[in-house]
Design a protein around this ligand. Structure first.
Ligand code: PLP
Length: 379
């Protein structure tokens, strides 16, 4: 849309940015136009944070521990704590036993959880399903933890008998990542089943991280509820901010047990505050955005938003079946795979390809009207 020459940064700025603002407005219009057909990626595009514009002309920084002001002093940590408290309650964690912060995205959240797990079990092996997020093998490499990709069943969820064989053959502590809403098919790994399987395989040192980046709220509020959280057997949980909630910036809330956070905490070294996160300087805007969105929704509004996604998913399955596209959906999920249309339609609707099929992700901005427009293009 722009040539590199148009965007090149000059040696000397002229201080008059009117034409740059005009160029950015053109870009914004094009992005807005494209987002009307965003149907493939699990991000919500329905939000409006413009009342928070004053925060674009100040530098807030949440460096250091979420519960302690740093020497920098300008932070949004009280808001970060309110957001993590909301998620800790949603995930059934005891307020005094859970330590949470807002990370810069799902990958960093998974890294943090795997980091504390590795500190608990330095000789542990990391197990995740073949359909787990691609960050998992990368994180294993970063942490130098042996990694095993476990086979999945026909629905895309971790195959527990395969897990049992893999865990049993190693006789090492098991760090298992349960994917709650896989990126490809929306499949949900069975956390209580994972615990049972490890125990049956004779391994009692087990850490389970629930990577609930986009499936946690669906698991909690769907009918029937699916296990995904602390009471279900998770030692840590992460849920993304830019997925079901929606935000212009990627973010993720990660919750671990306070006793595990203790093992990585270094007192006072982060600008006068404890260091118990991955980032040094930490995003202070995302906690404000998430707080603002959640204050508007409340728990009941959040649940209603999730149920709306599930209702629209049912509509999409019906309409795609009528269009002869053989839709398939993980039970209770918001991802629908269907027979792939031609390249032009794939691109126009930002559809991903999974197993040779097209991938629709029903996020809050995906309405029945948008589904109908997509199906009209398909036929
Ligand atoms: C299940 C799951 N985990 C982790 C991630 C990684 O999140 P991010 O892209 O914010 O790093 C994703 C992103 O799609 C995901 O679907």
């Amino acid at each position: 849309m722009f040539t590199p020459e148009e965007l090149r940064i000059p040696l000397r700025g002229d201080g008059d940015q009117r034409s740059d603002v005009e160029l950015l407005h053109r870009f914004a219009t094009s992005v807005e136009e494209q987002s009307r057909r965003m149907a493939g990626f699990p991000v919500n595009l329905e939000f409006d944070y413009r009342p928070l514009a004053p925060f674009l002309s100040v530098h807030l920084n949440n460096a250091g521990s979420p519960g302690q002001a740093s020497e920098y002093g300008l932070d949004s940590k009280p808001f970060e704590q309110a957001v993590t408290a909301f998620f800790a309650e949603l995930a059934g964690g005891e307020p005094d036993e859970v330590f949470g912060h807002v990370a810069h995205g799902g990958t960093e959240a998974n890294l943090f959880a795997a980091f504390v797990a590795r500190e608990r079990y330095p000789d542990g092996v990391l197990f995740a399903s073949r359909e787990a997020h691609y960050s998992m093998p990368k994180i294993a490499r970063l942490l130098r933890v042996p990694y095993v990709a476990v086979d999945v069943d026909a629905t895309g969820a971790m195959d527990l008998s395969a897990l049992g064989r893999e865990v049993g053959s190693r006789k090492a502590p098991a760090i298992v990542v349960a994917t709650v809403g896989s990126t490809g098919r929306g499949a949900v790994d069975d956390i209580p089943g994972i615990r049972r399987t490890c125990s049956d395989a004779g391994v009692d040192e087990v850490y389970v991280h629930s990577d609930a980046a986009f499936g946690g709220p669906l698991a909690e509020f769907g009918q029937p509820r699916r296990p995904w959280s602390f009471p279900d057997g998770a030692d840590s949980v992460s849920v993304s901010g830019h997925k079901i909630i929606g935000s212009p910036l990627p973010s993720s809330v990660v919750l671990v047990r306070e006793v595990d956070a203790d093992t990585i905490r270094r007192p006072g070294v982060a600008v006068g505050s404890d260091d118990d996160t991955i980032g040094g300087s930490r995003d202070a805007l995302s906690p404000l955005l998430l707080w603002y969105a959640l204050r508007g929704l409340g728990r009941t509004g959040f649940a209603a938003r999730v149920r709306q996604c599930l209702e629209v998913t049912e509509h999409a399955v019906r309409r795609l079946a009528e269009a002869g596209r053989n839709p398939a959906r993980f039970p209770g999920g918001n991802v629908v795979l269907f027979d792939r249309p031609d390249e032009q339609v794939m691109r126009a609707w930002h559809l991903l390809e999974v197993d040779g099929r097209a991938h629709l992700s029903v996020m809050p901005h995906v309405t029945t009207e948008l589904v109908d427009r997509l199906c009209a293009d398909l036929t």
